[in-house]
Design a protein around this ligand. Structure first.
Ligand code: NCD
Ligand code: ZN
Length: 331
């Protein structure tokens, strides 16, 4: 039986590191798990200027000096070409689009994506990536991702050279849609969408630690996401969407959306890939495919994981991690 596994340092192409004091802990902890992270811009205040991109990068690096950090900025308005060039110069590789009101800190989101087509045309010109939170506001919760796909299809036709990532893909239709579009359209996959369904949020009991956007859905949706991750298709790569919220924000009558997975993500991935007999595809999924898509060098350093059980703490840095209190197989 396999006791040890070597992987290239994992790259997490979608993580929330927050701001202020919390950022220091979350960035440090990410630095222990990943070689590279792409930090999302839905902080308070939002990262939406070249100056803030630069400042955020410096803050993350101060907490985690060995972490490679890619930045994003919020696509909450139109930007000039000069602004976008300055974003790029300061470390941003992607612009993140949040539809209005669909997730944490998206009240400044854009209601009609066509309103920012002028900026999206510039992203294509400058070879910046468009990163999409793909949920349609105002429709039934389980249909939100499916109903967003028309925007992705239109974007792909309108901007044929633009690289687009549909983040945290979570339903059958979205997996099929990404597969059907050209090579420059990819998707990230989280650990929690590989293992959770609605049952884990509202089944036997209400488990706010598993509540996130997009919602984990039906077994067939989880299975479609799993099949994509275990397929070896380079369009699907790892982005944890690790999104910690303080316990009191989760235990609330209007609880915050987000699963805190960074501290457990890689051990769970190994466990799941091992279960499916697909460990040979894990290095590509967790490190190489994302690097290729973002046109950055693949990791040359390795990390070694050992088959040694450990118990996930009930809280880490004030947030309840995925699988809190449970035993994981890999360290
Ligand atoms: C994320 C957060 O808390 O910042 N929440 C989530 O449920 N995934 C935002 C996001 O990526 O939607
Ligand atoms: Zn996210």
């Amino acid at each position: 039986m396999l006791q040890e596994l070597e992987l290239p340092l994992p790259n997490d192409f979608h993580i929330h590191l927050r701001q202020g004091e919390a950022l220091v802990n979350y960035a440090k902890s990410a630095g222990e798990q990943f070689g590279l992270v792409m930090a999302m811009p839905n902080t308070e205040p939002a990262i939406d200027s070249p100056e803030l991109v630069k400042k955020y990068k410096e803050e993350i690096l101060a907490a985690a000096p060995n972490l490679q950090v890619l930045l994003t900025f919020k696509l909450n308005k139109n930007y000039t070409e000069q602004e976008l060039l300055a974003m790029q110069k300061n470390g941003a590789v992607a612009a993140k689009y949040y539809p209005f009101g669909v997730t944490t800190n998206s009240q400044d989101g854009v209601s009609k994506i066509e309103d920012i087509y002028p900026t999206i045309a510039l992203l294509e010109k400058l070879d910046l990536v468009l990163s999409l939170h793909g949920e349609e506001p105002g429709v039934f919760c389980l249909d939100k991702e499916k109903d967003f796909l028309k925007h992705l299809e239109k974007l792909s036709k309108t901007f044929p050279k633009l690289r687009i990532v549909l983040e945290h893909v979570s339903c059958v239709e979205a997996v099929e849609c990404v597969k059907s579009l050209p090579e420059n359209i990819a998707a990230t996959i989280t650990v929690h969408h590989l293992i959770l369904t609605l049952d884990d949020i509202i089944g036997d009991s209400l488990r706010p630690q598993n509540f996130c956007k997009p919602l984990p859905k039906l077994p067939k949706d989880r299975d479609a996401v799993r099949a994509a991750a275990f397929s070896g298709n380079k369009k699907f790569f790892f982005g944890s969407d690790s999104a910690p919220h303080a316990l009191e924000k989760k235990q609330s009558l209007s609880g915050a959306a987000g699963v805190y997975s960074a501290p457990v993500a890689v051990p769970i991935l190994i466990e799941e890939f091992e279960k499916e007999n697909k460990l040979n595809l894990l290095a590509d999924f967790v490190s190489n495919f994302g690097a290729d898509f973002y046109k950055i060098p693949r990791q040359t350093k390795k990390a070694t994981y050992v088959k040694k059980e450990w118990q996930v703490p009930k809280t880490i840095d004030g947030a309840v991690p995925l699988r809190a209190g449970e035993t994981l197989k890999w360290s």
